[in-house]
Write a protein that binds this ligand. Structure first.
Ligand code: ZN
Ligand code: ZN
Ligand code: ZN
Ligand code: ZN
Length: 386
């Protein structure tokens, strides 16, 4: 079964109108806009601030019927220092689902005369009566607190209210001092609190890399293989990953086999930011592509069973180190956010117990993220200033 890869592409108009987007960064687009996630479910355990959304992935499934619309949200603290700890403290994964027949969306009639109809032809629109819930002006989580002066600008938390006040709303608040204008527009001045937004497009993984057409796994030396000059320390992770096995051997460091295999596999398509392991056509699930021989998670201990239905969680997708290149992080800062790969495990039954609360509104089911760092060999490689 081929793995599906996700790539980042610039945010565009099409994404702006997509009700079920797969995207990196920006504010979340909620599967049920009447039920955004409240901040208390995504507070960083280290700094206690609400975590911005790292990505959301539209991953619908056939079973059960309630997984017809299915969205996985991943949140990650923006503060690099918080990532020096257990990843479960500074990142969170939430699953949200809706059945095909629901009160939120309705199918829009569309013209099928041009050819065969498929699920992709169906156009969904928000039902007329749906009234989206108020959102935090900063991060897009549920905005259930208001500016105490104007009472109109909404926030998820006191920390985002203060952030907004200190970076501009004190100038723009209509009820405070002389009414003025925000010195900078919101998008600009609050940008550092969110991850940059881009679309995730998906494609099947190619069987071979460009330099490996015979498929024997041997990669011929590439043009950039003779990196010996300055500036290499600052190369991006994806550039580092395109180095060939020969380059690594030249370094005479003991690189672990998992990393070599990882690097060769990634070579087939070096820009991948997501590897998605499930397929609607198959019960088989791809294994994670580990970056190292160490830190493999133990199912049922490191990856606890689904709290709702008791089923062992299964690997669903992984976030690749190339994603870091799209987050505009300060790579010169040694405390910047970093990972080898992030593995997301979820309930394979897409269980729906507890998916609605007593009021009948959608709730979010927490799933599990596991981080694997590059091995110490890899770290040494990085420090070796090739
Ligand atoms: Zn934090
Ligand atoms: Zn917020
Ligand atoms: Zn105000
Ligand atoms: Zn479950």
């Amino acid at each position: 079964m081929p793995t599906t890869l996700g790539y980042a592409e610039p945010f565009d108009e099409e994404l702006a109108g997509d009700l079920f987007p797969s995207k990196v960064g920006g504010k979340p687009r909620w599967l049920d806009p009447t039920c955004p996630l409240p901040a208390d479910q995504v507070l960083c355990d280290e700094c206690a601030k609400p975590m911005p959304m790292l990505l959301q992935l539209s991953a619908p499934e056939d079973e059960p019927a309630e997984a017809f619309h299915r969205m996985i949200y991943v949140f990650a603290c923006r503060n690099g220092a918080c990532h020096r700890t257990d990843v479960k403290r500074c990142m969170r994964v939430m699953r949200a689902q809706l059945a095909e027949k629901n009160a939120i969306y309705r199918e829009q009639a569309c013209d099928h005369s041009a050819g065969t109809s498929s699920i992709d032809d169906i156009k969904w629109v928000l039902a007329e009566h749906v009234k989206p819930a108020p959102l935090c002006a900063v991060c897009g989580l549920l905005g259930n607190k208001a500016c105490s002066k104007c009472d109109t600008r909404l926030y998820c938390s006191r920390s985002h209210q203060m952030e907004d006040w200190n970076t501009g709303h004190s100038q723009g608040c209509p009820s405070y001092k002389a009414p003025g204008k925000d010195s900078l527009d919101n998008g600009q001045r609050l940008r550092h609190l969110l991850y940059p937004e881009c679309v995730i497009v998906s494609e099947e993984e190619p069987l071979y890399g460009k330099d490996d057409e015979d498929g024997d796994g041997d990669i011929d030396g590439d043009d950039e293989g003779s990196n010996s000059g300055e500036g290499v320390e600052q190369e991006s992770t994806s550039e580092a990953l395109t180095k060939t096995g020969e380059d690594l051997e030249d370094l005479e460091v003991d690189v672990d086999e998992a990393f070599m295999a990882f690097q060769q596999r990634v070579q087939r398509s070096p820009d991948q930011i997501i590897r998605y392991a499930r397929s609607p056509d198959s019960d088989e699930v791809d294994k994670p592509l580990f970056v190292s021989n160490t830190d493999h998670p133990q199912i049922d201990t490191d990856i606890p069973r689904c709290e709702q239905c008791g089923t062992s969680r299964q690997f669903e997708f992984q976030i690749m180190p190339q994603m870091l290149n799209h987050l505009l992080l300060d790579t010169a800062d040694p405390a910047s956010i970093d990972w080898g790969t992030l593995l997301v495990y979820s309930c394979p039954k897409n269980c729906t117990d507890g998916i609605h609360n007593q009021a009948g509104t959608l709730t979010y089911t927490p799933e599990i993220v596991w981080r694997q760092n590059f091995s110490s060999h890899r770290a040494r490689l990085r420090d070796a200033s090739i």
